[in-house]
Design a protein around this ligand. Sequence first.
Ligand SMILES: Cc1ncc(COP(=O)(O)O)c(C=O)c1O
Length: 343
Amino acid sequence: MKMGPLTKTELKNKISGLPRVSIACLPTPLQETPNLSKELGVRILIKRDDLTGLVMGGNKVRHMDFCMADAMQKRADVSLNINAWMSNNARIIGAASKKIGMDYICVAPDSKHRPIQGNLLIQDIMGAELHLLSTSDQSEIMKYTDKLETQLIEQGKTVYNHNKEHMSRSSATISYMDATLEIDNQLNQLDGIENVEVFIASGGAHGGLMLASSALELPWNVTGIIVGTPEESYADVVTWSNNALNHMGFSERLTWNDVVQLDSYIGPGYAIPSEECINAIHMVAELEGILLDPVYTGKVMAAIIDHARHGKFKDDDTVLFVHTGGLPELFNFSEELKRRDYK
Ligand SMILES: Cc1ncc(COP(=O)(O)O)c(C=O)c1O
């Protein structure tokens, strides 16, 4: 599928026609990484979306500008969500809901005896109502959450159920179409930018960058790094991007063939860091003083390192690494991440 072409003004107008509330701190910095670039022999820029401003930041804060506007339009007074214990989405939806005055309830499967650490800790600190379930059975989880939703409705609440509202996920694609305009503007202020190789964890945001950069005919190649199961990644990129396109009134649709994704950096599985991911986290912390996370961005940086070490970048390439955040989960992986034992 080829979308567009669109002018920047046309895309900007399309996005500004959508309801929006200002939650994310934008624009985020686009930074050079002199030490990392020297080490890897290619210019690497980092888009610091770990600095979006709400409860330790991340890409999802951008989504909330559109998602929470939708919840406000629907006059919702409680956000209800099912999300895993390590979910950044849960933390950020929780914070954004609280910020606009809604209650927040999160059902977390398979987490009954999890340490209250990382994303769970932050949700607890902000006063979220956490339901830590022992089951990971999908039908039990749905039954539990449906019952919760029914009870809330009986109490007179207007529930924004993130598992049913498409804008909870379409907002990823929409907000990263917007981020494409922001990044393009920042790149235009730098010298020596020819071909831009964008690397990001594959998902809705990946879809947004890909759609907008191709519609604007920018010299970007957007590569999504799969960090979990490829089938789920298909849903993330294609389904949510198409919901977003539909919502914005575009007639084009994505298919899996349009999407450039690499599945060689998943490692042992979702939320199980590979050795390359851990090495990438150490390298970037040591060289640039920037933290990456062990579930998403560490694996994306592992892909960049691997490409650089195998000479896959050209002389006129600039690598743009989108740092999508996820930092609270560093603390759930201290055993894997620490460099040595201090005994
Ligand atoms: C740190 C981080 N990066 C990337 C993603 C992918 O997000 P999306 O599917 O919204 O693009 C997530 C999703 O949870 C995330 O937490």
